[in-house]
Design a protein around this ligand. Structure first.
Ligand code: 3EB
Length: 346
């Protein structure tokens, strides 16, 4: 039985999220404060370090491959506990696991999701128990919108997620999240997360119905996530933004138009940051160099126009990475998640 990580001498939560050239990977992993590094697409290198994770989404419009780096405030220890890879500096914890689906349809994904979230919960009750508060979870699954009606794979994922967690969490404890579809045909669910010693504060978006209150038409189990997460009090960490698309109220907007969806998504993000600033006034109003964004693009042919629209709308200093991925409703063509500012908590 593994012991929970020790509390002794751990620093305040501190997290920097940045993109770096992929050839810096050995140097990143040699840094004792690096909590996690992510590569993207089929050509990302493989590496045995538990802090390294390859996400099977292809980058779009990249001249040279990049990695995403999470740097923590103190020296990081890392390891594997069965199928969970983990790293922690005592204040923050990164965890990751991958589960092959037993079959290709929604039932297989529901089973894999329940297993993944049961494993996540068990890990957090064991080795992860010193950092018990889930701040942010990413879920990557293949063919997310395949299947009709309530058999749609994303809807079955939502059922498995709640079942694996042992029921619906209190809404004040829901993490921020992304659930997005890969396109490589491999039926393997990938889940990774960031957890902390002290709880963060979930933030909802006044322009959007909270996802956990989505009406029945979107499936039998509403999606359990918060729109954003403010870091714990005293932490030097960004606001963590969930996957955000052109959903107003609970309805998808502008089904036919990529530029209109992107504008609506940016309006949603602005509104979300505004809501967060109501609780953490030190947070910058606009995205800047401390706001790395990931832009999920359904159709690769739209990538250049999306990049140009972002160039026109965002400070050039905003780091952004475009990835080929399917959003969890068929009509949604673009989604953005990311981090923003070095919020000092509330
Ligand atoms: C939406 O607004 C888009 O199920 O964890 C975004 C972020 C979405 C997270 C999830 C789903 C999830 O409903 C979809």
């Amino acid at each position: 039985m593994s012991q929970p990580l020790s509390a002794a001498g751990t620093p305040e939560p501190w997290l920097q999220v940045a993109y770096a050239a992929a050839d810096s990977l050995p140097r990143q992993l040699a840094d004792p404060r690096v909590l996690a590094v992510f590569g993207f697409g089929a050509t990302a290198p493989s590496c045995d370090d538990p802090r390294w994770l390859r996400v099977a989404l292809e980058p779009l419009g990249e001249d040279a491959p990049r990695v995403e780096v999470w740097r923590a405030g103190g020296p990081v220890i890392h390891g594997r506990d069965g199928d969970v890879a983990w790293a922690s500096d005592g204040a923050l914890l990164f965890g990751a696991l991958e589960i092959d689906e037993p079959g290709t349809d929604g039932a297989g994904l529901e089973t894999a999701s329940a297993l993944a979230y049961a494993r996540l919960s068990a890990f957090m009750a064991g080795i992860g128990s010193h950092t018990p508060h889930l701040l942010r979870i990413w879920n990557y699954m293949d063919a997310i919108t395949l299947g009709e009606g309530d058999q749609e794979r994303y809807r079955r994922f939502c059922i498995g997620r709640v079942a694996g967690m042992g029921g619906v969490a209190e809404t004040s404890r829901l993490p921020a999240a992304t659930a997005i579809g890969g396109c490589d045909g491999r039926r393997r669910l990938q889940v990774y997360w960031l957890a902390s010693r002290e709880p963060g504060t979930p933030v909802e978006n006044p322009r959007q119905v909270s996802a956990w209150r989505y009406p029945r038409q979107y499936g039998p189990q509403s999606p359990s996530f918060a729109r954003a997460m403010l870091p714990p009090a005293g932490a030097v960490m960004p606001l963590l933004l969930s996957g955000t698309a052109a959903v107003v109220g609970h309805a998808s907007q502008h089904s036919e138009s990529v530029p209109a969806q992107l504008d609506e998504t940016l309006a949603n993000l602005e509104s979300l940051v505004g809501a967060a600033r109501g609780l953490a006034p030190a947070l910058p109003a606009a995205f800047g160099p401390g706001s790395p964004l990931k832009v999920y693009v359904r159709r690769p042919a739209d990538a250049a126009a999306i990049a140009a629209q972002l160039d026109a709308r965002l400070d050039p200093a905003v780091p952004r990475l475009l990835l080929h991925a399917h959003v969890c409703r068929r009509e949604l063509l673009v989604e953005i998640d990311g981090a923003h500012g070095a919020a000092t908590g509330i």
